[in-house]
Design a protein around this ligand. Sequence first.
Ligand code: GLP
Length: 241
Amino acid sequence: MNVRVYKDDKAIGSAAAALFAACVTEKPNCVFGLATGSSPIPTYRKMAELYRDGAVDYAGVTTYNLDEYVGLDHDHDQSYYYFMQENLFRHINVKEENIHVLSGIAPDPEKECRDYEKAIETAGGIDLQILGIGRNGHIAFNEPADAFAPATHVVELTESTIDANKRFFTSVDDVPRRALTTGIGTIMKARAIVLIATGADKAEAVRAMVKGPVTPRCPASILQFHPNTTIMVDEAAASLL
Ligand code: GLP
């Protein structure tokens, strides 16, 4: 685990976008693993800027997102598909047919998960995965549990995650209780990972991830075993390291 401390989220965004740019330059048909939440937004802004400036061409890139809420279709303004369109996809030249986000309204969610896991494998696996981290140490929607989930699956969200995400909904009752998420195993297969955390409310999760024992009680701690993970944090998120 390579931990780097930056002065603010803008500096982190530039550094993470540079990793994506390097990935495409080296392999124009590379596969990105993408995340939602506020943490990756400065990265997505910078990725769009690099496209506008003609510095990076995403035409050959394939993307797989980490997760999606059960019950929200792609047009719902709180669906993760919608988030990705608004914050990244419509600002760059990634092809619509190369974009993959789990469907929250699939009639058979378990099958949707199995098909998604297979599709990532068929695409050759993820070259660069971006992650945020929840206050309870979750990555994607892999909540603290008794075991690490090997593959894409349906999950019940914890109160902590529902509480953290309620700011995006009219009321806490509108926050979906379940989600589809790639597993810890899916994430660990990515060839390179960059995890972003900013602000004091992430400091304890960052400490547990970097310094704590590797345990499914803090899902992000498994990244200690990943051979190519960069943790990008600001000083507030790094304050307990
Ligand atoms: C959600 C997402 C995670 C994300 C987390 C933290 O639960 N499923 O992928 O990492 O929120 O979000 P934020 O970056 O807004 O703190």
